[in-house]
Ligand binder design. Structure first.
Ligand SMILES: [Zn+2]
Length: 143
């Protein structure tokens, strides 16, 4: 991914033929503006794969080796009450790695909330529990 890619500069859907393609210099741009979310975050739509995404998708973890979608999905599963240890086994990530993502996500909690609620159907209360967990580092269990 380009280091200075901005929101809406590329399609964040890994399954899309235009995934990660920057809009600059393209005769036919595939990303269009698509209104805003209730929280006022700009929404975009990819004309190629027809997926909509919010301003933050693809930008929170975009320099990580693991695709952002994988990270967000792991966070969504955590929010839904799965334990880090079982996610680590199922997904093959180290527990420390997952914890590091969680801590990083907490620094962008608002943006992560937005994506997890709109794209992973995670509920508000589950997210509150997730952030409470990050603030409670000694504990290994979700509340
Ligand atoms: Zn696309």
């Amino acid at each position: 991914m380009e280091q200075f890619a901005k929101t809406g500069d590329f399609c964040p859907n890994e399954a899309c033929p235009d995934y990660g393609k920057l809009q600059d210099g393209q005769r036919q741009q595939n990303i269009i503006k698509f209104g805003k979310t209730r929280q006022g975050v700009p929404r975009y739509r990819c004309k190629t794969c027809k997926k909509t995404f919010t301003g933050t998708t693809g930008t929170i973890f975009y320099r990580k080796r693991t695709p952002e979608h994988e990270i967000l999905e792991t966070l969504a599963l955590l929010a839904e009450g799965n334990r880090i240890s079982s996610l680590s086994r199922v997904k093959g990530f180290k527990e420390d790695t997952i914890l590091a993502w969680l801590r990083e996500a907490a620094q962008h909690a608002e943006a992560v909330d937005e994506v997890l609620m709109s794209e992973f159907q995670v509920e508000r209360g589950q997210l509150d529990a997730l952030w409470a967990y990050v603030g409670n580092k000694g504990e290994k269990k979700l509340p």
